[in-house]
Ligand binder design. Structure first.
Ligand SMILES: [Zn+2]
Length: 422
């Protein structure tokens, strides 16, 4: 019984099995005993009961890590729930490559903490609390960076770091900003369900490949700030995960578009508008073959010939009615108002077709068909239509063509405007 009573309550809670558990330095008013590593910062004492300063505590901590890593060889050092005594700089203590594998879950970093420039084979910071700034810049995370439910009260900096296996930041809390400038992600970055201010995640200057590993939901969009992300991946968000519905993606892209509009970022607003509309069209098609062909047509890295072939295949592939909906026609004739060349080609085609029809001898006199007089009379009732040259069906045909060219010209003008507004 006595033996149980002399064990640090936190060591017991976190399952520490080492002699440190029995070196009690502090007992609170409720009779809970604490070892040096779990005691509050002001109650940390040496073997003689004298107050321990920050540097001596940090030395004791690094000695403990050394001891545990030697005992466990290659296993994760169990260092959970430690209450640190002010600032600590792991970057200065360890050489670049050799950092022991550490489980620092539930740790309380009371001062500034820095891992700057280190190569971390494996480390876990789940439920850790960072009272001051945390510096993880220029860090190479060899395994998944684990920060599930971590709390950052001040700025956290991951700039220029490499996440080889991605990162787990689900349900983390941020009172300030988290910098992810020039980071490299090579595995899924799970940043959802965070509690953060708007624009807290500064995703600046990320490349196409890194962006493709970001996994976010519509509700998380407000936390993200994208800047200097020049190229976006073809698949973004949850798009390459089979279980995510196209509707979910449409909502995500709409939220991203809305945010870009609020920030007056026209380039991104255009990009997300296109993605959102494409998802609407995919939902209309609702079959894999058509949607794959759609992707091929829109693959801007593919050859023109392959894209044209995919276009014709899509034209022949059933079902057809979706292509004649407003969304389908909007896509085909102007790329949702975002593809100026496409809109221009269609406009030119309409004019050329008109020339060809007028230059070809007609097989019959169109006005000898039934209803020519009525068509003439009807056109006289439509404003602006009475001045169209010709009579009867010829007049009606020209009127229709004028209408088509006016619409296509509007789409072309819209696409040109969108292109140059960027
Ligand atoms: Zn303890």
């Amino acid at each position: 019984m006595d033996q149980i009573m002399t064990i640090c309550c936190k060591c017991k809670e976190h399952g520490w099995r080492c002699e440190e558990s029995r070196k009690i330095v502090y007992e609170d008013t409720r009779g809970n005993k604490y070892c040096l590593f779990h005691a509050p910062p002001d109650e940390k004492k040496d073997n003689q009961g004298r107050p321990l300063n920050r540097d001596n505590f940090n030395t004791a901590f690094f000695d403990l890590v050394k001891k545990k890593s030697e005992e466990n060889r290659d296993a994760l050092c169990h260092l959970t729930g430690i209450v640190f005594h002010g600032d600590i700089d792991f970057g200065k203590h360890y050489s670049k490559e050799i950092v022991p594998k550490m489980n620092l879950d539930h740790s309380f970093f009371t001062g500034k903490v820095s891992f700057c420039g280190l190569g971390i084979k494996e480390a876990s910071f789940n439920n850790a609390r960072f009272e001051e700034t945390a510096n993880f810049s220029h860090v190479l995370f060899n395994s998944q960076a684990s920060f599930h439910s971590a709390v950052f009260h001040k700025r956290v900096d991951f700039s220029n770091s490499e996440f080889c296996e991605g990162g787990m930041f689900i349900a983390a809390e941020y009172d300030d900003v988290a910098w992810f400038e020039k980071c490299t992600f090579s595995g899924d970055m799970l940043l959802h369900s965070a509690r953060a201010h708007s624009n807290a995640f500064r995703m600046h200057n990320l490349d196409e490949s890194s962006l493709s590993y970001l996994r976010l939901k519509r509700l998380d969009v407000e936390h993200f700030s994208f800047s200097e992300c020049v190229r976006w991946p073809k698949h973004f968000g949850f798009e390459n995960e089979k279980h995510t519905s196209i509707r979910t993606l449409e909502e995500l892209y709409r939220a991203l578009k809305q945010k870009a509009i609020e920030q007056h970022d026209h380039l991104q607003a255009s990009h997300w508008h296109f993605c959102e509309k494409l998802m609407q069209l995919k939902q209309l098609f609702d079959n894999e073959r058509s949607n794959n062909l759609l992707e091929e047509v829109e693959d801007r890295d593919a050859k023109w010939l392959d894209r044209a072939k995919a276009w014709f295949k899509l034209l022949w592939h059933r079902p057809h009615w979706q292509k004649l909906t407003l969304t389908g026609l909007y896509w085909a004739t102007s790329g949702f108002g975002e593809r100026a060349v496409r809109a221009g080609v269609w406009l030119l085609a309409l004019i050329v077709l008109s020339f060809v029809l007028n230059a070809t001898p007609q097989p019959m006199d169109w006005n000898s068909m039934w209803g020519a007089t009525a068509a003439n009379a009807t056109l006289a009732t439509i404003p602006f239509a009475k001045d169209i040259p010709g009579d009867g069906w010829v007049k009606a045909g020209r009127g229709l063509w004028q209408f088509l060219i006016a619409i296509q010209f509007t789409l072309f003008a819209l696409a040109v405007r969108n292109r140059f507004r960027r």
